[in-house]
Design a protein around this ligand. Sequence first.
Ligand code: DP6
Length: 321
Amino acid sequence: MATKLTARAGANIALVKYWGKRDPVLNLPAAGSLSITLAGLETVTTIELASALEADEFRLDGQLQDAASVGRILDLVGSQDRPRCRVDSRNNFPTGAGLASSASGYAALVVAADALFGTAFDRRELSKIARRGSGSAARSLYGGFCRMHAGRADHGEDCYAEGLFDEDHWPLEVVVAITDSGPKAISSRDGMNRTMATSPYYPAWVKSVDADLAEAGAALARRDFDALADVAESSALKMHASALAARPGLLYWNPATVACIQTIGRLRGQGTGVFFTIDAGPQVKAVCLPGQAEGVAAHLARVPGVTRLIRTGLGPAAGLA
Ligand code: DP6
């Protein structure tokens, strides 16, 4: 039996956003979401059984961290009697810069733990465990295009992620425009909690998600880029509108974020296959038709305040490395 295993998982970005919870303890989302998994932004996690340790150890990019939340997820995969573990996790992209490192992190963690503990859960079960760490992490278990189901049951057994199409279905490209590489001001979790508690637009936001999911799913099935672009930009803007209306308001953007949105809008108006999406941070993700990322990147590189660009395609499901 192995005493040490490594798994990898790609980050994902939501085209129909998750923003709000129906149960904070089980971390059940208030509505579903739909995402793409990325090839080039990855977490690689090694878990080693280390019974001699007094407590779990967790390192992120070489730095020792509090191991409590990682330990809770290991308990859910194994059990509370599982051996103590040494966990070493590395991101090939800036942690905490609005690039969803928690999603790929928890996904790689559950895949490695499942193999190491010999629990052999199926993907759906692993997605439920990853969700307990971070809602978006459930989606990084799958490659290509993924759908998260909110479910209705209080126990959350009907809340899981599901693969829709693999990465070959439609090899979209993504350009991430980094406009600020510091850690984000307010985490997604705190931001959505504040939105839920204080934004008058929160109920309207949640109510709108099912229709967006249906529209995005249909656009994906027929590879209709314009339809996907319309619904994805609308979902991102509605999410941010609900957050802006919180008290105090949550403004995740900086001037370069707005300039990127405008550049992408202009390019699309001129016939380029590109749309934007933005998460709980100032980075802009430009989703492009196959073959269009290079031209889009050249334009975004000239936007004042863009400090770095990351170009990537869609990636595979999380798996052992
Ligand atoms: C804006 O998955 O980070 O990126 O479940 O509280 O850990 P928690 O939240 P998290 O939220 C992601 C929010 C988002 C949109 C999305 O990825 O759907």
